[in-house]
Design a protein around this ligand. Sequence first.
Ligand SMILES: [Fe+2]
Length: 283
Amino acid sequence: MEAPIPEAILWDDWHAVAELETVRQWDQITTTLFGRDLTVTDAAPGVRIAYADGSKTLPASIKYGLVWTCLGTPQRDVIDFPESAEPDRYVISTGSFGIRVSGLRLVENFLDIAHFPYVHTGYLGVESSPQVLPYTVRVTDEDEILVTDCRFLQPQSSPVSTGSLDVGYLFHVLRPYTVLLKKTNAVEPDRSDTIVLFVQPVDEERCVGHTLVMSLHAGDPDEACRWFQRLIIGQDRRILENQRPRRLPLDLKSELPVRADLASITYRRWLLDHGVRYGAIAP
Ligand SMILES: [Fe+2]
């Protein structure tokens, strides 16, 4: 049976489907997007992406060390981040991680700071200090979700941190499967590092999270950055794969809203308003 076609807002957008380095290394890889098997073939300097059964060649793009495609008709470009052009930043693809859960749940987890002390103990939080201070959430004129004024005490906020830091956070949901955070740089506390999560929906209950770090040169060297992201997302994976249902319920009454969940409630409502049902459970 043919896999269902998701809503146009998802189908007609670009999605990261592989790290370029992996494609160059193996010449050809297979992957799955919205339940459709694809082949990604090294065709340096570019790549060729097609349905695995050879029925159709798909648009292909390379950006941020990642390979992108669109199964529908792209309505806009692969997302652009102004800070990726700043000369004193690394722009590093820091790994792709398969997780057995809806991609929407992975985005929601990324937005949730309340889990830091329990899931990322000793790195992004401490169990003795679990309070989430009030923060602000709004939907911008560009129809994106912006979460500001978050602060969290972190024992090891990044690979280069040398002690506890009161870390300021900003979260930004730009598209249903694209979310970033900016957090205080451990070496230059008046500037921020950016970490982006691009979610590849494999199907409604499985996804791949592709991570991108844009950090200051004063900060993390390449390998330490990859190691740190792998550590953190490995901790998240254990929690995420135990979540039931695997799809994200959009019924706001099904999980008790508390102040700390404001970002997650806003994300669910925003998905509902945009008609996103793929990987979700509609109310
Ligand atoms: Fe986490």
